[in-house]
Each structure stands twice: as structure tokens, then as C-alpha cells.
Design a protein around this ligand. Structure first.
Ligand SMILES: [Cu+2]
Length: 141
């Protein structure tokens, strides 16, 4: 009596938010480097889906992004589902891309991310960067 569609959706979320390496290659030499403290809450690899936007849930808490590192292929059409699960306001800020908005506790924002090019893209909470609240996209060619 279980609805099938719902079950597979739940499984997909588990894969995307897990800290395990489902598709990532551990032999990859590329890793992301950070300046200063980082509270690491896992790495996920986004499956490349050329014809449809990929949803990725990311939690903003006190004081970390979960996941912290997102591996993605260049050109991926990604929508971040940002949720603030903490108790104070956090920002999602990418200085290089002029992305900057604040997410209040208990609230969520969907942020489309398109046109990834190969390399590292860092994001921070501009309020709590020095507490280790930062992360990044590692973009494969
Ligand atoms: Cu913050």
C-alpha cells in the first residue's frame, strides 16, 4: 500500500543529502581549498541530468552548510533548495557571482544556479564566515 512515486522521491533525497560518496571518485586529485576555518558537513556529488534541473537541498545551520562541498559537472542546471535550520539569520553569499541573500530561521529560498564553469566556486555566510560557515562547488569540466 505504499505509494511508489513518493518512495523513490525519498530515496533520491537520501542520496543527495548523504555524506557518502555515491558517484564521486575518491581517486580524483581535485579538491577544494578554503581560507580559514571550515565546519565540514559532508560532500555530495550531483548527478548530471542534461535535460532537467537538478534539485539539491542545502541546510544552513549554526554554523555550517550541509552539504559543505558540492561536486558538479560544468553546465549542470542546478537549483539549490536552501533551508535555514538554525536559530539565527544566515546568508548564502557568492562574492564572485554577486549572489547574496539572507535566509531567516525556519525559512527557505530556492536559488537557481546555472552556467557552472570548471573550477572552484566558494560560498560563505557573510555573518559567520569566521566561525567556519563556508563551503564550495567543485566543478568538473
Ligand atoms: Cu550564518
Amino acid at each position: 500500500m505504499r505509494p511508489r512515486g513518493r518512495r523513490s522521491a525519498l530515496l533520491l533525497i537520501v542520496v543527495l543529502t548523504g555524506t557518502g560518496c555515491v558517484h564521486s571518485s575518491k581517486t580524483s586529485a581535485s579538491s577544494i581549498s578554503f581560507a580559514g576555518k571550515v565546519n565540514r558537513r559532508g560532500t555530495v556529488t550531483v548527478a548530471h541530468a542534461p535535460d532537467q534541473p537538478t534539485l539539491l537541498q542545502m541546510d544552513l545551520s549554526n554554523y555550517a552548510f550541509t552539504p559543505t562541498v558540492v561536486k558538479v559537472k560544468a553546465g549542470t542546471d542546478l537549483t539549490l533548495q536552501l533551508r535555514n535550520t538554525g536559530t539565527v539569520a544566515h546568508s548564502f553569499t557568492i562574492n564572485a557571482l554577486h549572489v547574496d541573500f539572507v535566509v531567516l530561521p525556519g525559512q527557505g529560498v530556492n536559488q537557481p544556479m546555472k552556467g557552472f564553469t570548471a573550477g572552484q566556486i566558494h560560498f560563505v555566510c557573510r555573518f559567520h564566515r569566521t566561525r567556519g560557515m563556508q563551503g564550495g562547488f567543485l566543478v568538473d569540466p
